[in-house]
Design a protein around this ligand. Structure first.
Ligand code: NAD
Length: 134
């Protein structure tokens, strides 16, 4: 299937789980991917599963403002457009609420909430500046 042929898609959390599966499926469907994750080793494993040689891997902490801004600068420079942004990066914990440490709580909020907001915010700005539709 070639439903995503000539489409550029950025997938966060592509180092494992849902993000990796999404990246592999989009690759099978013809997409050119920018895969991103904070875990470089796992990210490289996913990259090796992709068949499209134009796809690339980017080590990225989505909760870091400068890194997320730089990510979209790279997308603009290298790919000139962006057709899809798939925000999968996140932290899943199953702690009992009375045992949650405040530093863990803050980290989860920083990644799952603020990090996803950074990606949406800068992703939309990137598309608007390229006149692409997200
Ligand atoms: N699997 C489920 O059943 C399920 C259910 C509900 C919600 N979710 C949510 O969906 C998301 C993905 O789930 P999954 O099962 O694929 O999890 P996963 O742990 O397998 O994958 C998450 C990926 O995000 C990456 N990541 C973590 N922090 C990051 C950061 N700051 N910047 C960039 N990458 C970062 C990790 O390295 C990892 O590769 C998680 O946020 C999870 O909470 C999953």
């Amino acid at each position: 299937m070639d439903r995503f042929k000539n489409k550029i898609a950025l997938v966060t959390g592509a180092g494992s789980g849902i993000g990796r599966s999404t990246a592999v499926r989009l690759d099978q469907e013809g997409a050119t991917l920018i895969i991103a994750d904070i875990n470089e080793d796992q990210l490289n494993e996913t990259k090796n599963m992709l068949t499209n040689k134009a796809s690339s891997a980017m080590v990225l902490d989505i909760s870091d403002l400068e890194q997320t801004q730089a990510c979209f600068q790279t997308v603009k420079k290298e790919y000139k457009t962006l057709d899809a942004l798939i925000n999968v990066a996140g932290i899943l914990r199953f702690d009992n609420s009375h045992e949650v440490k405040i530093e863990d709580w803050n980290k989860i909020l920083n990644v799952n909430l603020t990090g996803t907001f950074f990606m949406c915010n800068f992703g939309c700005l990137c598309c608007l500046s390229l006149k692409a539709i997200l």
